[in-house]
Design a protein. Structure first.
Length: 365
């Protein structure tokens, strides 16, 4: 109970409606103030709940929970096969669950401050009988904001667990993104645990959602696009829509020799990804919402919710990233060859070891 102070006779009591009424003097018998406060709190909690539910819904739409397993035995790279005894493994599973759920071997992080994410582009984001057209590792340094893109050449001839040797992009057909990650980690001594996959239709839609990508193209590339796509472009800086950007990223043949082949193709893919990242960072709110909606339809990932939030927070704090890109295998460690009636990129035993060291230097310094 509040103790009332005595009123002095020479200082008349102030009216009840005085603006200087003391705290506790004014009563609210109806309790309207408390009700308003209660409803305000409930409204805020409801909005927060909607945001949380929305974020969780988005996360579970995107999330592709491929299981992780411990590696039973340390990896030892098998010897290069004898061509006389070699045969391609055509035993491809048609069971979607088998393809999608090939477990990813747990790998100890090489550096806790650097996260490696495999970006996979293919005919179908769900695996199945398709082969991966693009396998690119995005390495992000949380301390500096530096991004390194390394493109793995799809025709690289590598050992694949339980499937003999074959070109690298066959891993996606045999066992989905899980087997692709395991093979790249084994062959190149990496610690990839996460992936983001998108199919060709999704690739086009993502680019259209941010208003296209700005690239600098050569005269030969412009001539190719004008011939094989609906574009009408000239050499120099151009803005490409999703369909034309996909055509550009897949150029491999039908262009002058100095700009053909898989190495030039992966360079174009890195240019597109770099442009997408930087344009997404500077997109207007309307474009960001469009991009998010598109990703819900086409993108799959196994990144955890906390990792996505942390990466998004980092990205929002930056206007542009320091992005560099390279192909793997590196120059001087491979040669074009024919093996088992396949055209391959052959890496020597010494070449595999050299590429492991080159990747460590590129990513970790």
């Amino acid at each position: 109970m509040n103790e009332r102070r005595p009123i002095k006779k020479n200082n008349p009591q102030k009216p009840a409606n005085s603006s200087k009424a003391k705290e506790g003097d004014v009563k609210n018998p109806s309790g309207k103030g408390k009700k308003a406060t209660k409803w305000a709190i409930l409204s805020v909690l409801f909005i927060v709940l909607l945001i949380v539910v929305g974020c969780l819904t988005i996360y579970y739409i995107l999330y592709d929970g491929i299981p992780f397993v411990e590696r039973i035995e340390p990896y030892v790279r098998p010897a290069f096969p004898d061509e006389d005894d070699f045969s391609v493994d055509y035993d491809i599973s048609t069971d979607e669950n088998t393809v999608l759920k090939t477990p990813i071997f747990l790998e100890k992080p090489i550096d806790e401050n650097i996260i490696n994410i495999l970006l996979v582009g293919c005919d179908s984001a769900d695996g199945g009988s398709s082969r991966s057209d693009t396998m690119m590792m995005l390495s992000y340094d949380k301390r500096s904001g530096r991004i390194v893109l390394n493109s793995f050449l799809r025709d690289s001839f590598v050992p694949i667990k339980d499937h003999n040797w074959n070109r690298l992009n066959a891993t996606y057909t045999y066992g989905g993104v899980g087997l692709t990650i395991n093979t790249i980690n084994e062959v190149y001594g990496l610690d990839i645990q996460y992936f983001v996959s998108v199919d060709f239709e999704g690739f086009e839609s993502i680019i259209d959602s941010i208003g296209g990508v700005t690239l600098t193209i050569t005269e030969a590339e412009a001539k190719y696009l004008n011939k094989y796509s609906h574009a009408e472009v000239s050499a120099g800086e151009v803005k490409l829509d999703g369909a034309t950007a996909l055509e550009y990223a897949r150029i491999r043949t039908g262009i002058i020799a100095s700009e053909s082949g898989d190495f030039n193709r992966t360079n174009r893919q890195r240019k597109v990804i770099t442009s997408v990242i930087n344009q997404a960072l500077n997109a207007e709110n309307k474009e960001v919402l469009s991009l998010l909606k598109t990703c819900l339809n086409y993108v799959r990932t196994n990144l955890g919710a906390k990792t996505i939030i942390d990466l998004a927070s980092d990205f929002l704090d930056m206007n542009n990233f320091d992005i560099t890109g390279y192909p793997i295998p590196a120059e001087g460690t491979w040669k074009y060859d024919e093996f088992g009636k396949m055209s391959i990129i052959k890496i020597t035993d010494e070449g595999f070891d050299e590429n492991i060291e080159i990747l460590r230097q590129r990513i970790y310094g």
